[in-house]
Write a protein of this length. Structure first.
Length: 184
């Protein structure tokens, strides 16, 4: 891409006007300078689309205005967080442990007798009622209840689950979260 000297001089001469226009949009000199720089870069990248003999300033102002509105639309969905305070308040449990827990669960589930596993999956995973599961398995409702109970007990034993506190994040994660919350 080569720009002849007169067009280059016209681009450079337009910078003060572009900057004033950008400041009127942003009310921030640094943002305005960034906007002018991006405008000049876009203009140079698309200089072949500029028709000689037309108004260069109008073309540049259009580019600047379109850039500003595009950034404005994008920024309205972003949150300024220079010091990281907002990000520090966002919390999520690490997913590595849950993946390992799921793999442990799958391995334990595979060791349960097939009839118990089937009953547990129909009731627990598929959300069927005991009556619906009994119809699927072609057994009595009491049999399904018994199989589900035995499967749950066996899983709890295999996974070493003794109560609700054993579900959810591990002790190390709980300690880290507790420490982070106490530092506030």
């Amino acid at each position: 891409m080569s720009v002849d000297a007169s067009l280059r001089d016209d681009l450079l001469a337009a910078i003060p006007s572009l900057r004033a226009f950008a400041i009127s949009f942003t009310n921030n000199r640094d943002r305005a300078d960034d906007l002018v720089q991006e405008t000049i870069l876009r203009a140079l990248a698309n200089i072949d689309k500029f028709e000689r003999g037309t108004n260069l300033n109008a073309w540049l102002f259009t580019i600047l205005r379109n850039l500003f509105h595009s950034e404005y639309r994008k920024r309205k969905y972003e949150t300024e967080d220079a010091d990281g305070a907002y990000a520090a308040r966002l919390k999520t449990h690490p997913n590595q442990q849950s993946h390992l827990d799921f793999e442990d669960f799958r391995a334990a589930l595979a060791t349960i007798p097939a009839d118990q596993r089937e009953a547990l999956l129909l009731v627990g995973a598929q959300g069927l009622s005991y009556e619906e599961a009994a119809a699927v398995c072609n057994v009595a409702v009491g049999t399904v209840k018994s199989r589900v109970n035995r499967a749950r007990s066996r899983l709890a034993s295999l996974l070493d689950l003794t109560g609700e506190a054993d579900l959810g994040p591990d002790d190390l994660t709980k300690a880290a979260l507790s420490a982070a919350l106490s530092m506030r």
